[in-house]
Write a protein that binds this ligand. Structure first.
Ligand code: B12
Length: 210
């Protein structure tokens, strides 16, 4: 079994201490930090997702896996920071109202941070008005919205409408993501872009601001 498979299995088991040990072992073995996230930590969370759907795993166990994954991400995070890169702009990031999923959003935050953006993470279950306030307060160029539930996806449109109402829509780019979100949905609600993962999200932002 490869070291990344150990990482993956420890996430599935929800064993945070073991995840930290496995991730450190992967780092010692010179595994690429991004690969540790994608092929170890996220790979484990994907299995958890399928088991949750199949009702083979339940909320408390899923939460333990989520915490184990977060513990692993914390260990890898300093390694993907590329030092003092010039500030490319400010992004306000949050998970929309009614939605408590924040693991993916945190990864997006890490990728933006390590790619030279100033990240303002305003958390999860965030009402539209709070996004608008944060954009004003931090003079953000980008707003990133995350939603993991089909029932909270429409809230992304509410944020866009609220930005319009506040006269800010032309001043910020809105990017959206989360497992149920699609390119078509992004076009439908008038977002500026959609990205399926944290890695390509920063490239999308670079393009939008160019
Ligand atoms: C972990 C998890 C939870 C945890 C969340 C813990 C936490 N702190 O986040 C807990 C247990 C709390 C939870 C609760 C619920 N969950 Co849940 N959960 C998941 C699970 C298993 C994994 C999600 C995850 O973290 N994935 C790993 C991360 C890395 O991936 P990601 O979030 O997709 O993010 C990546 C991309 O999408 C993208 N991205 C994400 N955000 C953004 C933002 C931007 C701007 C961009 C550009 C990109 C981007 O980049 C990320 C990194 O590459 C998913 C299953 C799944 N397959 O997604 C179900 C899932 C999302 N949950 C689901 C459900 C139903 C629920 C509950 C309603 C269950 C219940 N009955 O209570 C509640 C709802 C709570 C609420 N109000 O939000 C369903 C949703 C079904 C649907 N179609 O709406 C899913 C799909 C499971 C399923 N198949 O049934 N859940």
């Amino acid at each position: 079994m490869s070291v990344l498979e150990y990482v993956k299995n420890s996430v599935i088991k929800g064993d945070d201490e073991q995840v930290v040990k496995d991730v450190n072992m992967a780092i010692d073995m010179k595994e690429d930090p991004i690969s540790i996230i994608n092929n170890g930590l996220i790979a484990g969370m994907n299995v958890v997702g399928s088991r949750f759907k199949a009702e083979e795993m339940f909320v408390p166990e899923v939460l333990m896996s989520a915490q184990a994954m977060a513990a692993g991400v914390e260990v890898v995070q300093p390694l993907i920071k590329e030092g003092d890169i010039t500030n490319k702009g400010t992004i306000v990031l949050g998970t929309v109202k009614g939605d408590l999923h924040d693991i993916g959003k945190k990864l997006v935050a890490i990728m933006f941070d390590s790619n030279g953006y100033n990240v303002v993470d305003i958390g999860f279950d965030v009402p539209a008005e709070k996004f608008v306030e944060a954009v004003k307060e931090h003079n953000a160029q980008i707003v990133g919205l995350s939603a993991l539930l089909t029932t909270t996806m429409p809230e992304m449109k509410t944020v866009i409408d609220t930005l319009k109402g506040a006269g800010l829509r032309d001043k910020v780019k809105v990017i959206i993501g989360g497992a149920p979100v699609t390119e078509e949905f992004s076009e439908e609600i008038g977002a500026d872009g959609y990205s399926p993962d944290a890695g390509s999200a920063t490239q999308l932002a670079d393009r939008l601001l160019a």
